[in-house]
Design a protein around this ligand. Structure first.
Ligand SMILES: Nc1ncnc2c1ncn2[C@@H]1O[C@H](COP(=O)(O)OP(=O)(O)OP(=O)(O)O)[C@@H](O)[C@H]1O
Length: 261
């Protein structure tokens, strides 16, 4: 579904994404992990065509650059690290705006938006101005916007790109949002999400992509990739990996840096 072929991205004089190739199939939740500055957001920006790159990005075997904005709006949604939240818009208005590409009535847009606002426990805020939300409520509102934008069961698999979707969320909301996002992926769509929480990646990702200074250092199932030695090397922090007491996934613990104690 999504092909990266010898993708490189420069920012200033530095090559931030360095000749990476990968192929992603629908039905998967891919977690992008890596230290600060590894190139995760840059990779998402290239996938959004927001910055120039070398190499090729193909969606359904067609170069992304050849897709019209109208077609892409029905196929791909994006949650940037700092999404724009125009003051004066209500939650429902923002989420409904994501339906602009569909030929449908306002009532249909509101019905679909309501579904996702309820799914993310935001229904009570539907008529509230965006400026009157907490950080976590606003983040959930933008996740609802993305899922509303791609809600079209009669069409081809969709691509959802999320940059740190759980950064502002409490534990309950992290699980609620990631369960919705994983269900969306496993229903036949593709989700690429930048995460910093290794344990959330272990719980929810079908595949984990470890980015190290613009290179893919590992891509595979969480149980294969999230191992002590590569994580300790990548984050320069002592890591321990054990089995989750109840679930079939690894759990990761880190140690303080002894030289700072
Ligand atoms: N506009 C820019 N001009 C020059 N360099 C940039 C620019 N934006 C980002 N960079 C650099 O590119 C590198 C990759 O940045 P990027 O934001 O992709 O990292 P990241 O993996 O998303 O990090 P984080 O986890 O901190 O969000 C960093 O070294 C950063 O300093």
């Amino acid at each position: 579904m999504l092909n990266l072929h010898q993708l490189s991205v420069k920012r200033g004089h530095n090559t931030v994404i360095n000749n990476i190739s990968a192929h992603f199939i629908p039905g998967q939740f891919i977690a992008l992990l890596g230290e600060n500055g590894a190139g995760k957001s840059t990779l998402l920006s290239a996938l959004c065509l927001d910055i120039p790159f070398q190499g090729e990005i193909q969606l359904f075997e067609q170069p992304l650059a050849q897709w019209s904005a109208e077609r892409l709006a029905l196929q791909r949604a994006v949650l940037p690290q700092q999404p724009i939240s125009p003051a004066g818009l209500t939650v429902e208005e923002l989420v409904c705006l994501s339906r602009f590409g569909y030929q449908e009535s306002h009532e249909t847009s509101v019905r679909i938006a309501s579904h996702w606002l309820s799914a993310l426990k935001l229904h009570e805020f539907a008529k509230r101005d965006l400026s009157q939300l907490s950080g976590g409520q606003l983040q959930r509102c933008h996740i609802a916007r993305c899922l509303t934008q791609l809600d079209n069961s009669f069409a081809t698999p969709k691509l959802l790109l999320l940059d740190e979707p759980t950064a502002a969320l409490d534990v309950h909301q992290q699980h609620r949002c990631l369960q919705q996002i994983k269900a969306f992926a496993n229903a036949g769509n593709l989700v690429l999400a930048v995460l910093h929480d290794l344990n959330l990646a272990a719980l929810y990702a079908d595949q984990v992509l470890l980015l190290d200074q613009g290179h893919i250092s590992a891509l595979g199932k969480p149980a294969q990739v999230l191992a002590e030695q590569p994580l300790t090397a990548l984050y320069q922090t002592r890591m321990h990996v054990c089995q989750h007491p109840r679930l079939a996934c690894p759990m990761i613990f880190s140690e303080p840096h002894t030289e700072l104690l």
